[in-house]
Design a protein around this ligand. Structure first.
Ligand code: ADP
Length: 350
């Protein structure tokens, strides 16, 4: 059975979506972190505005919850343009894209989330739209089939993906700007939380937002979600004030540890030790052991564990590191010769 988690970067409930939308920065100045990406975007936007031209196509890539959708909206706002949003899996046929493109105005932004999941026919249909701002649309079929050449307004395609590696080379090469989003520092997350707390009119004791930031896996979406959980907890169990004790208890209840790992992260690491002798193990095998989707492990769990040095990716699969064993209280195997090989069994189970 899949393990429920607060830190998933995917499938927001409607309530959470509206919570997030209200906290979403609207301008580049309101955005925190990603200084390099923001600077390059600011220059590209200023230059395009001076020339009174639409922006080039942009691809944002990186783990979920780091701000790809936010930046797409910010780009549209800064350009004073409208944005139309869709996602790779929703665009099944050329006709689905045609519906979007035929209504798009000059300079408007077309945002396609999960762009790596576009089908090949849709992808090929999009190439001339991106390059020459026209599409060849086939109506009818068989003997009556006709191809209509349909001119489009000059628009900006903003694509987002968690897997830039899965994008075909021809599609990737049609983006003028490709920006990788990195995990945020605890300081940046604290700033994001302070803004969110203010918008939600929360009262916080000093140090409490830092505590939440440290447990947020470098991800603004996780930070905002944790803040919401803590807010609920403070309201029901306390006076509404976010004190250190309340925040610690709320995080404990959510089974989030001081490094921001949750039950699923720990389950992956434990499975590696207990079932695969510390690894290497293939991601498919680990997913099957846990009854989880491979995509969830690859998109949400793995990037952070790699970032904090708890996992190693080798040609033969994923391996747990000594740091992870130490953090989880797994003993290293004294007799293993390989460098910093992890212990094969959990402490006490030997
Ligand atoms: P992605 O599209 O990469 O999955 P989102 O753009 O949906 O991520 O971001 C998730 C949430 O995190 C947003 O709703 C917003 O509240 C917050 N957020 C993301 N990036 C930033 C940022 N740079 N500054 C402040 N808040 C941010």
């Amino acid at each position: 059975m899949a393990i429920g988690r607060i830190i998933t970067g995917q499938s927001l409930s409607e309530q959470e979506e509206s919570f997030n939308v209200s906290l979403r920065p609207k301008s580049l100045d309101e955005c925190v972190g990603q200084a390099n990406v923001r600077e390059k975007l600011a220059i590209a936007i200023a230059a395009a505005k001076q020339r009174a031209e639409p922006l080039e196509h942009i691809l944002f890539y990186g783990p979920p919850g780091l701000g790809k959708t936010t930046l797409a909206n910010v780009v549209a706002n800064e350009m004073g343009a409208r944005i139309r949003c869709s996602s790779g899996p929703a665009l099944v046929k050329a006709g689905d894209v045609m519906g979007l493109l035929s209504n798009i105005g000059t300079g408007d932004v077309l945002f396609i989330d999960e762009i790596h999941r576009l089908s090949t026919p849709v992808e090929e249909f999009i190439y001339p739209a991106m390059e020459e701002f026209k599409v060849d649309f086939t109506v009818d079929s068989g003997l009556h089939a006709k191809t209509i050449n349909f001119p489009l307004k000059r628009f900006t395609l903003v694509g987002a993906t968690t897997r830039a590696g899965l994008l075909s080379a021809p599609l990737r090469s049609r983006f003028g700007m490709l920006y990788h989003l990195d995990f945020y520092s605890a300081e940046e997350l604290t700033t994001i939380l302070a803004r969110s707390a203010e918008l939600l009119t929360l009262q916080c004791d000093p140090g409490t937002l830092e505590l939440i930031a440290q447990c947020s896996r470098g991800t603004p979406r996780v930070a905002n979600r944790l803040l919401k959980r803590v807010r609920d907890y403070a309201q029901v169990k306390g006076t509404g004030l976010l004190s250190t004790a309340i925040v610690e208890s709320a995080l404990k209840m959510e089974q989030i540890d001081p490094l921001g790992l949750d039950e699923l992260d720990r389950a992956v690491l434990r499975a590696l030790v207990n079932v695969y002798d510390g690894g290497p193990a293939g991601i498919e095998a680990i997913a099957a052991t846990l009854g989880e989707e491979r995509d969830t492990l690859e998109d949400v769990v793995e990037p952070y564990l790699l970032q904090i040095g708890f996992l190693r990716r080798t040609k033969r699969g994923r391996e747990i590191t000594k740091q992870a064993c130490d953090h989880l209280g797994l003993k290293t195997h004294k007799n293993k010769s390989a460098r910093d090989q992890p212990e094969l069994f959990e402490q006490g189970k030997q």
